[in-house]
Design a protein around this ligand. Sequence first.
Ligand code: TYD
Ligand code: MG
Length: 451
Amino acid sequence: MAKAKRQYVCQNCGSATYRWQGQCTDCGEWNTLVEEAAETVFSAKHDLSRGGRALALETLDAHSVMPERMLCGIAEFDRALGGGFVAGSATLIGGDPGIGKSTLLLQAAGRLAKGGRSVVYISGEEAAAQVRLRAQRLGLGDAAVALASATSVRDILATLDGFGEGRGADFVVIDSIQTMHSDLIDSAPGTVSQVRASAQELIRYAKDSGAAIVLVGHVTKDGTIAGPRVLEHMVDTVLSFEGERSHQYRILRAVKNRFGGTDEIGVFAMGEEGLGEVANPSSLFLTDRSRDVPGSVVFPALEGTRPVLVEVQALTVRLASGATPRRAVVGWDSGRLAMVLAVLEARCGLQMGAAEVYLNIAGGYRLTDPAADLAVAAALISAFSERPVPADAIVFGELSLSGEVRPVAHDALRLREAAKLGFSKGWGPKGLKAVNGIGVTGFARLGELVD
Ligand code: TYD
Ligand code: MG
């Protein structure tokens, strides 16, 4: 009897080999190869050019109905989705363990149920009693959410088919896709082929029935959703739920959205009563800021199209001896800090090389906006010279290696947000225009800021 073919599939990138190896030859990750059943391969005898059915082709200008949108009533969630859940679509939401994915989806499920939608919440990780307790704690004990603890996709689909006297569900949560199990595939739950097969079946259910389905996905240590990359291709929308567990705030970001833009974010704060919406994120990151301290600068970051004011803090310590100075960064790229330090040293004559430098973005926020260069430089200069930047000023601009201050996108938006929060000075690239009573100072070169 022929031995069933086995293969080893990398759980990180999904590539397959017939021999076990310690390191994946495709993505270079270690210890990610897991034995899985080989997929059926048809021989070349099967000729695809015959036996097919001609497709009915359509035109672009034909009339089509917009898919129905379901607003869950949590404005920050609806905003990140580009205007609510779409009926018949699949959404994947990824995030670190304990960040609040289950809490957020339970809250959304509860709100939709209270709004008259038929809602099913399947947990593969927690017992129904645990989910019920959490719902009661969140004040959703009376929401008509149908709850089950299950991992078999076959059982789940059977349940959904007959749900609500055959009416079907409007909204289905699967928490999480890594715990789901399809009995067609002979591999453990969580492996690439299981995740892919289970997701395929659940997504097909959504398309056929018109339900909006949400799959919770675990993330690997480098922040991508565990399982094959194809999972992200299979769904219509990919959301990422981010934040530091030690801090309250969480950001829900659309990474992919077939029904809307990916530049909107939702901001939440984790509290006693679950995730609360934060309509004004700037106030969250700027709370208890001490005034007129050297090294503290407020930067208007952009998250998609939303400005968020964050505080950049710098500390420099001059070393007497020739010891190697430390450089530590929290919330920003250390390579970019090295660049700003080099520009300050080479173009502005500040002797930063002999000083220890610490940089922190307050509130556990992670800055990725290149316009932060000038704010960081200002914080460093201020710390180094021990002269505070005015507490009512915001600073932004990109730096080039030659020490020029470059214009950045959406400067008016940044200034308007600052004006709303009571700031009255804007320091930025040359050519900045005053907005809403904010006085602006433009710098062409970093040297002018130092002076
Ligand atoms: P959870 O939604 O279980 O995270 P995930 O599904 O992403 O793994 O969130 C769990 C964390 O949230 C847990 O550490 C406790 C905290 N939490 C609160 O602070 N307040 C609350 O009201 C709830 C329900 C959870
Ligand atoms: Mg969970």
